[in-house]
Ligand binder design. Structure first.
Ligand code: GTP
Ligand code: MG
Length: 204
């Protein structure tokens, strides 16, 4: 499976700024610094597509990227056009001492009102599978009724036995529409499985 033609489309903080693409959307949520933008870049094989930083709070708007998943089955080539949606992270209070909010109202507006949102991916640092703030995010997302996928990020930082153990914790704590996937933007672990799930969910 390949992703072809990844392109930045638009940034939005209001509904009237959402792009008029009519592509199925897959959105990525999670704590600041968990690796949302890196995951989009690694899926698309394009380093600078979404902006990444070692400092939390890098992504500040809803960013839309269009792309196509290309699937080759013998001679037949199938294409699944889609839109990857990078969201700002939660759990990070910006300098200035503003009250820490779960997430900005424009994120909830997007989740509850985008007509094209087909799948929510909740990213959780695979080294820390039991954080309360991720539990709150999960409760809210699970109630939204959108297809939910849990992704354990930065899997390259764990040994394989820890990985297994923590994935099992994620599956037990955060039951979703399909089992949690371990992902590494560095090693591309989990890439094929995720792309397959995107195709299947969009085809549903
Ligand atoms: P915000 O936009 O601030 O919410 O952060 P984000 O979730 O988009 O995280 P981002 O992709 O900017 O990555 C944050 C940091 O984690 C960067 O220093 C990345 O290089 C690092 N990182 C992301 N994914 C991985 C991974 O799979 N493995 C390792 N080792 N580091 C990663
Ligand atoms: Mg980001």
């Amino acid at each position: 499976l390949q992703i072809i033609n990844p392109k930045y489309v638009a940034s939005a903080v209001r509904k009237d700024q959402y792009p008029e693409l009519s592509l199925p959307e897959i959105a990525f949520l999670g704590r600041s610094n968990v690796g949302k933008s890196s995951l989009i870049n690694s899926l698309c094989n394009q380093r600078g597509l979404a902006r990444v930083s070692g400092e939390p709070g890098k992504t500040q708007t809803i960013n839309f990227f269009s792309a196509e998943i290309r699937e080759k089955d013998h001679d037949e080539v199938m294409r699944t056009p889609l839109c990857l949606v990078d969201l700002p992270g939660y759990g990070f209070a910006r300098a200035g001492g503003k009250k820490r909010q779960m997430w900005s109202s424009f994120i909830s507006e997007y989740i509850t009102s985008s007509p094209r949102l087909r799948m929510l991916c909740l990213l959780i640092d695979l080294r820390h599978p039991g954080l309360a703030i991720d539990g709150q995010a999960y409760d809210w997302l699970a109630a939204s009724g959108v297809h939910l996928q849990i992704i354990g990020t930065k899997s390259d930082k764990l040994k394989s036995n820890e990985k297994k153990k923590n994935l099992a914790i994620l599956d037990a704590m955060f039951p979703a529409d399909s089992s949690a996937v371990a992902y590494s933007a560095l090693k591309k672990e989990g890439r094929e499985v995720l792309l397959e799930r995107f195709i299947n969910t969009i085809a549903d």
